[in-house]
Design a protein around this ligand. Structure first.
Ligand code: GUN
Length: 282
């Protein structure tokens, strides 16, 4: 019998704790905590994500500053906005929603976010610190997964962890976090040979490939913990993850659903990172 990891329930609990800490920060320092969110263009999914992030800020008492720039915004306009936010003391965290429209240099724009306001944890400095297991702002999705594993009491030390996907946003930081937690980590990707066998050896399997129902039952070991980062549409247009949930669930000890698994935790960790960034500044 598998246990469903309820990301919504974990999120609710953590957001209550964050709200208490935000209140305490305001009470003791007499000022708000601020998060700036920048959305450029009309990407539908990004609009939904940004709306949810702003709503979540309200829920925990973080002041949000939303900036909506048109698809036609120039590189200079976006860079100038980020530089202004970097200087603004009311802003503790800056998030530039990805992907940016074609023609904009995402790497350059993100590099303008000061390390201590990089609440996405995407900067080279924060990623480097994560690699070296030093305190830093950690990318929200993998950090949210670690929080859920911890709250479920799932031990990682000495376990075989397999991460499928090597993106800078999820796969790479996920692998580092698992390694820092003493798991033995393998990262698979599109050029990996023997991916089925490797996945089948996983005690902890994290799927972050962006392909609907990519992880099938024959790729999962009996008793594995399966974490699904995917957010795709299946052939009927229904929301689904990277894992064939129905086919896989009965082999798992724990599994995350889509939706309601990893997704809510990503936003919760953004709130958490914003709180940490504010507290560090004082
Ligand atoms: N696009 C998809 N996920 C993310 C995220 O976690 N942060 C940002 N900034 N953009 C994203």
């Amino acid at each position: 019998m598998y246990k469903l990891i309820d990301g919504k329930a974990h999120s609710r609990c953590l957001r209550e704790q964050i709200a208490d800490e935000v209140k305490e920060y305001k009470r003791s320092l007499g000022r708000d905590i601020g998060l700036a969110v920048v959305l450029v263009g009309n990407d539908g999914a990004s609009q939904v994500y940004v709306r949810n992030k702003i709503k979540a800020c309200e829920e925990v008492g973080i002041k949000s500053f939303a900036y909506y720039l048109p698809e036609t915004a120039s590189e200079q306009e976006v860079e100038e906005l980020v530089c202004e936010l970097a200087e603004n003391d009311a802003v503790h965290g800056i998030l530039v929603q990805l992907p940016l429209p074609k023609g904009l240099d995402a790497e350059k724009i993100l590099s303008l976010i000061p390390v201590d306001k990089d609440v996405d944890g995407f900067s080279e400095s924060n990623m480097g610190s994560l690699c070296m297991n030093k305190p830093c702002l950690v990318a929200c999705t993998p950090n949210g997964i670690m929080k859920m594993l911890e709250r479920e009491g799932i031990q990682l030390k000495g376990k075989n962890a397999v991460v499928v996907g090597r993106s800078n946003i999820v796969g790479k930081p996920m692998a580092m976090l698992l390694l820092n937690a003493d798991a033995t980590v393998t990262v698979c990707h599109s050029k990996t040979v023997g991916i089925k066998e490797i996945c089948s050896s996983a005690d902890i399997l994290v799927a972050a490939v962006g392909r609907a129902k990519f992880i099938t039952s024959d790729m999962v070991k009996e008793g594995a913990v399966v974490i699904d980062v995917g957010m795709n549409r299946d052939e009927d247009g229904k929301l689904c993850g990277d894992v064939d949930f129905e086919g896989v669930k009965d082999k798992c000890s724990f599994i995350t659903p889509v939706p309601g698994g990893v997704g809510p935790m990503t936003i919760t960790m953004l709130l958490y990172n914003t709180l940490i960034a504010a507290k560090r500044r004082g």
